[in-house]
Design a protein around this ligand. Structure first.
Ligand code: 5AD
Ligand code: SF4
Length: 483
């Protein structure tokens, strides 16, 4: 789903009195959403201010995703549309700088330059900290500038100090990037590069800025986030569990989440954190991809289905209300009906609270793309439908179990209807309720009245205590006093 990044212009734009319009369209994962926001941060001192529409923009960035086939196809059709806007701006004597960023840029940079020579900048996920320099060069030169190197220095050391401070109530924080797992279907090790963890002090400083800027919830991001091994203040390598404990000490940070994890990296300390750190939400996205050991081996997942079941059992022993989420691929080359039945069996054993499932799509440059024995498209479709029906049934049953319960909801946006607010339960369900706007940015008890496939609805428990009062307000003020 494309997301356009908008938000405050940043002090630089206002300070200089310049106002250039920046439109960023983002596809793909939360890391891309995070990266887009950082690009806006980097460009703010040059006077760029985010806008909601590409028409008339001085700079348009497409932050792209290469994970599946359809994701990259969309980039080229979007470029066709943008070319018209760029030409229109050009004919009125102005210039639109058109940039392609992200994983398609990294993987297919040369093809973009060849197929769409009107694109000014093409750069991968590791070089956007050099945007001011790239923009200056693009302004001087005609033709496309391609920057898909993996720089030796970390971009995180070169982002502005106030990076991400304005993300709002629920914020993302990248702690780890890249992947060394090399699942045979996946482009990430090639597009994002080798695994890298940020130092603990840098992560803590960014988290403190986010909280000072109004964040109550932080989601720690990484392609393989639980492989985090950042340098701690003691000079030793810290795992994700330890990092989470440190972040939980930040006053005002009510909720911590992390995504995406690999089963091989679910270390004891991280599992224990689920029981011992109240701020760590009872929700875990732990992709398994398939339930057959033969397919898991062909995918180079480095674990069996039973290894995965054992991890889930340990997690549930220690944290019984943990909601699980996963990713699945159907129709991996050579997957038989029997293999697929194993996936359904695993899903029945685990009972996910929600999950994502995809048809396998061969990605250029990955080992699986050269595999013989492709699964026919119609078989992939049938398997995906069967899997999604089962996952949907479990998700619905999970949500139904909340009817009549009162759950703490962090209201972070307005609902679709007037007078409604939307937020998340600890288990990541979207919850909507009639509520006054002043409850935005608070964690409020909501009694659940109805459950749907993807959400819950209910009413604010008046007379109950607001769980996180606004800063400066007395703790424990009853909801009705605030309403
Ligand atoms: N085909 C289909 N799905 C894929 N994913 C990654 N690569 C592919 C591919 N080639 C899915 C995996 C991963 C999620 C982010 O995308 O399930 O966990
Ligand atoms: Fe891709 Fe995740 Fe496998 Fe890494 S662990 S290769 S990001 S699917």
């Amino acid at each position: 789903m494309p997301v356009s990044v908008s938000g405050p212009a940043g002090a630089g734009a206002e300070g200089k009195g310049l106002s250039k319009k920046l439109f960023i369209k983002t596809w793909g994962c939360q890391m891309n959403v995070y990266d887009s926001a950082r690009m806006a941060d980097v460009l703010a001192p040059l006077g760029y201010r985010p806008v909601e529409e590409p028409d008339g923009a001085d700079m348009v960035i497409l932050n792209t995703c290469h994970i599946r086939e359809k994701a990259s196809e969309k980039v080229f059709s979007e470029l066709g549309r943008l070319r018209t806007l760029k030409d229109r701006k050009g004919s009125s004597g102005d210039r639109m700088i058109l940039a392609v960023a992200g994983c398609v840029a990294q993987a297919e940079g040369e093809e973009i330059v060849a197929r769409a020579p009107y694109v000014d900048l093409v750069f991968g996920p590791q070089s956007y900290h050099t945007l001011p320099e790239m923009v200056a060069r693009a302004a001087r030169a005609a033709g496309s500038l391609l920057n898909t190197d993996f720089p030796v220095e970390s971009k995180f050391d070169h982002l502005p100090d106030d990076t991400g401070a304005q993300q709002g109530i629920s914020a993302f924080l990248a702690v780890q990037e890249g992947c060394d797992k090399f699942c045979t279907f996946c482009v990430v090790p090639y597009t994002r590069g080798a695994e890298f963890s940020r130092p603990v002090a840098q992560v803590v400083a960014e988290a403190e800025r986010l909280v000072a800027g109004g964040a109550l919830e932080i989601t720690l991001l990484g392609q393989n986030v639980n492989a985090f091994h950042g340098e701690g203040p003691d000079g030793r390598s810290w795992g994700l569990g330890r990092l989470i404990r440190r972040l939980a000490e930040i006053d005002g940070l009510a909720r911590i989440r992390y995504t995406t994890s690999h089963p091989r990296d679910m270390e004891d300390e991280l599992i224990r954190a689920h029981a011992e750190v109240p701020q760590l939400m009872p929700y875990l996205h732990l992709p398994v991809q398939a339930g057959s050991d033969r397919v898991l081996a062909a995918m180079n997942r480095k674990h069996t289905a039973d290894d995965y079941r054992r991890i889930i059992d340990r997690l549930r022993d220690i944290c019984p209300d943990l909601a699980l989420s996963g990713d699945f691929i159907v129709g991996f080359p050579g997957e038989t009906d029997t293999d697929f039945a194993e996936t359904l069996r695993l899903v029945n054993d685990v009972r996910y609270a929600q999950a994502y499932s995809f048809k396998y799509s061969p990605r250029p440059g990955t080992p699986a793309a050269t595999e013989a024995r492709p699964v026919p498209e119609e078989v992939k479709t049938q398997r995906l439908t069967a899997l999604q029906q089962l996952l949907d049934a479990h998700q619905f049953a999970f949500n139904q179990g909340f009817i009549g319960r009162t759950v703490p909801v962090l209201f972070d946006r307005k609902g679709r209807r007037d007078g409604q607010l939307m937020g998340r339960s600890p288990w990541m369900q979207s919850v909507f309720a009639e509520a006054p706007e002043r409850l935005l940015g608070r964690i409020v008890p909501v009694r659940i009245a109805a459950a749907y496939g993807n959400s819950l609805s209910g009413s604010v428990e008046t007379g109950e205590f607001v769980l996180s009062p606004p800063r400066g307000a007395a703790a424990g003020e009853p909801v009705e006093a605030l309403a």
